[in-house]
Write a protein that binds this ligand. Structure first.
Ligand code: COI
Length: 341
């Protein structure tokens, strides 16, 4: 064990070296495809310069969190849904899915083996990052025969340095992903493609990019790393429906159920145009594992800036979601799993 514990009071959403990584090799020529897997010390992995992932981006990933409760238990949130989506994303990129049950077992074991990195209650969470990629060396563009799954963990705090301040988003009149492409998979390339604009707008004081749909370029889709919701002036909460440009966000799905079934909001999953957001939304918020539920304070579109009033739905949704994740509230949906050695 040579990894150092971070300062729990200054945690950010950032990489920290931890103790243990799960690593599993797969070959489509083997039966079963996936080997037994190993729990290894957190060290660099060896990869061929010709590994398919490096040239052609054959990689999908996940993000999920474990959290210490006030009475000292450790809860993992909706690991079964991440297991499902990991397989769904792999299929979208013609890679062999990792069995869901094995994903769940490995994720829980990684939490246990990195238990000393689970922050004290209220100080942060342990974020798990499962990755599946093609490590076969090859030059031509083809599906690969050899793959690897890695799962590592990092203790994290909030995603944004500005605390709870409403986000400043700027609308990009462009899609995040191509129609019919990999937008509903958690494919590494979707994120890579969003960075150029995010970086230049960040330098101008915007927190993130709000993308429109790639077909008609008028419906809201996602930011670089979150789903998007609006609460309209009549109280209805609207979020874009799942399609080929929207990631099936696990926080998105959780927020919809909490809003409907716990808090009694009317929630519609339907196309939401940027014009409707500007003219009819009382509030806009973003959801994601890393982002949690984040209010938007301002949207810049073309030359005009639109400010939103004090958010009403996002804070109660955040409180209810975080309550379930941290064990402070009852979990009526059975979403959390306690990890024990
Ligand atoms: C997550 O929310 O877990 C993600 O994977 C998004 C990423 C931009 C941090």
């Amino acid at each position: 064990m040579n990894a150092t514990l971070p300062n729990w009071d200054t945690l950010k959403f950032a990489y920290t070296k931890t103790d243990c990584v799960f690593s599993c090799e797969g070959s489509i020529d083997a039966d079963p495809i996936w080997g037994e897997g190993h729990y290894l010390p957190f060290e660099n992995v060896q990869i061929s310069p010709a590994a398919t992932v490096l040239s052609y981006g054959l990689s999908v990933f996940e993000g999920l969190k474990a959290e210490r409760t006030e009475d000292g238990r450790i809860l993992v949130f909706r690991v079964d849904r991440n297991a499902w989506r990991f397989g769904h994303s792999a299929n979208q990129l013609a890679m062999p899915p990792f069995p869901e049950q094995r994903f769940i077992e490995a994720a829980l074991e990684i939490v246990l083996r990195n238990e000393r990195f689970v922050p004290p209650a209220g100080k942060g969470t342990l974020y798990l990052r499962p990755i599946l990629f093609a490590d076969e060396p090859q030059l031509g563009l083809r599906t690969a025969r050899r793959y690897r799954v890695l799962i590592y963990a990092c203790p994290v705090g909030g995603y944004f340095s500005a605390g709870d301040k409403g986000l400043r988003l700027r609308v990009l009149e462009q899609g995040r992903v191509a129609p019919g492409g990999t937008g509903n998979a958690k494919a590494a390339g979707n994120y890579a493609g969003s960075l150029n604009r995010r970086q230049s707008w960040h330098a101008q004081g915007y927190d993130d990019v709000l993308f429109l749909d790639a077909h008609e370029v008028r419906f809201v889709t996602e930011t670089t790393g979150s789903n998007v919701f609006a609460r309209l002036k009549d109280g209805t909460i609207v979020t874009p429906p799942l399609d080929d440009q929207i990631l099936p966000g696990i926080t998105r799905e959780s927020v919809i159920r909490i809003a409907r079934e716990v808090l009694g909001f009317k929630v519609e999953e339907r196309p939401l145009s940027i014009d409707e957001v500007i003219s009819d939304a009382a509030e806009v918020f973003c959801t994601g594992t890393a982002w949690t539920v984040r209010s938007v304070g301002e949207i810049q579109r073309r030359e005009a800036s639109h400010a939103f009033e004090k958010p009403k739905a996002a804070p109660v949704l955040l409180e209810a979601l975080r309550g379930i994740q941290s064990g402070k509230r009852p979990d009526p949906f059975g979403w959390t799993r306690a990890v024990s050695g």
